[in-house]
Design a protein around this ligand. Structure first.
Ligand code: PLP
Length: 406
């Protein structure tokens, strides 16, 4: 399990990924079907608008949305969703973004849904308007945000409502969509990490969402740089106009009509705010191949595999002095996750020092560190092989001076 191949040639240590699908350590293992499709895609040229039109058909089919688009990551999808909500099919507004002077640019969202990915919405030019309180999160009260608060915040400057979906977090998406639609405002959903289950591909659209962002490089296991945006055809048309390379002369501007109807545009849009978010033909084809393979997969068998691996890891680590384990069931992650509490007295080290020591090994061992300042870390079975899981357990033991597992 030492660093090998292309990374060794670069002198870069590889990572044993016990943290789950995290972008900073490479996301997920891309499926062989996707790699093979990317290889074949590299053999010839193709017009990207044709390819996006085909992708739109396929995404519409599997999500039940009117249309779809392949973006560079869910974060790229969020930026494009905001740009489409703000500009519609106005080439003038498209050309000015992220400058939104004189244009409705507000995106209303619960303050409890704010994340670092908000920046993607703001990069398109959006101003975020917070609603609700943090009471339910802080324990100072029961209420988070309620439908009337959305209604109160939506006005003539509103471009969209945004919703970051987590199964344990309210309010119900269908209610949010109802309020937004009463005011004729689209709802953008960040569902980046909500696959599997495959049923979630259509669930958000069924609830009434107008644009849904999924990561292509997490549970789908497509190219790490890809994402999916599924939604209303008019909004996807605006996405295409602001994302595709549009250095075309008007007289020969001829994108596929089902993706982008030139009749609806006064002229060829300038290179849009989404143009820096390029998606290559190989990534696009790889994502579609990964999506097909994801749909064909036996998700129950995979869930069983994850659970068995998690239980084995929990059992192996739980016996170590100073460590105690529980298995967290899939709300914060699509896979069951082993939560490990470190008692510094018994373990002889803190959670933070252990996590850091593991990361400094070769290969680097990455465990989930979100709770490290509270004395816990997590081990996710999702991106580990069984051999790698054994390695993680052995290295945790070895770092605590227990070599019996090695
Ligand atoms: C991972 C994630 C993103 C970003 O997805 P990328 O595909 O890496 O761009 C956005 N929002 C949430 C909630 C995520 O978990």
């Amino acid at each position: 399990m030492s660093s090998d191949g292309v990374y060794a040639e670069l002198g870069v240590p590889t990572v044993v990924n016990a943290a789950g699908t995290k972008t900073r350590i490479g996301g997920s293992r891309i499926r062989p079907e996707a790699r093979e499709a990317m290889d074949r895609a590299a053999e010839s040229f193709v017009r990207l608008s044709d390819l996006q039109a085909a992708a739109s058909d396929r995404i519409a089919e599997v999500t039940g949305a009117e249309a779809g688009y392949v973006t560079n990551g869910a974060a790229g999808a969020l930026l494009l969703a905001a740009a489409a909500s703000i500009a519609g099919t106005e080439p003038g507004t498209m050309a000015r973004l992220p400058d939104t002077d004189g244009v409705a640019d507000e995106i209303v969202m619960p303050r409890t849904h704010r994340t670092g990915y908000d920046h993607a919405l703001r990069t398109a030019g959006a101003t975020i308007v917070d609603v609700g309180t943090n009471d339910a999160t802080l324990g100072t009260g029961a209420r988070n945000v309620e439908p009337w608060e959305y209604a109160d915040a939506i006005g003539e400057d509103t471009a969209a409502v945004a919703h970051v979906y987590k199964s344990y977090e309210g309010p119900p998406l269908a209610e949010v969509c109802d309020v937004a639609h009463e005011h004729d405002v689209p709802v953008i959903v960040d569902a980046a990490a909500e696959l599997p289950p495959a049923a979630n591909l259509s669930w958000f659209t069924d609830q009434g969402a107008d644009l849904v962002a999924f990561s292509g490089g997490k549970g789908i296991r497509g190219p790490q740089t890809t994402g999916i945006l599924a939604g209303r055809a008019d909004l996807v048309e605006s996405v295409a106009a602001q994302h595709l390379d549009t250095h075309a002369t008007a007289s020969v501007w001829d994108p596929p009509e089902r993706l982008l109807d030139t009749e609806r545009f006064d002229g060829v849009p300038r290179q849009g705010v989404g143009r820096p978010l390029k998606v290559g033909k190989e990534e696009l084809v790889g994502l579609l191949a990964a999506l097909d393979a994801f749909l064909a997969e036996d998700h129950e068998a995979i869930a069983r595999e994850w659970r068995e691996r998690a239980e084995r890891i929990a059992g192996d680590i739980g016996g170590v002095d100073g460590l105690s384990t529980t298995i967290e069931d899939g709300a914060k992650s699509v896979a069951p996750t082993v939560a490990v509490a470190v008692d510094p007295e018994g373990a002889g080290t803190s959670a933070a020092d252990l996590v850091l020591a593991l990361r400094r090994e070769d290969p680097r061992v990455f465990v989930g560190a979100d709770g490290v300042d509270r004395g816990t870390f997590t081990v996710s079975p999702m991106c580990l092989t069984d051999d790698e899981a054994d390695h993680v357990v052995a290295r945790i033991r070895a770092n605590l001076g227990d070599e019996s597992g090695d």
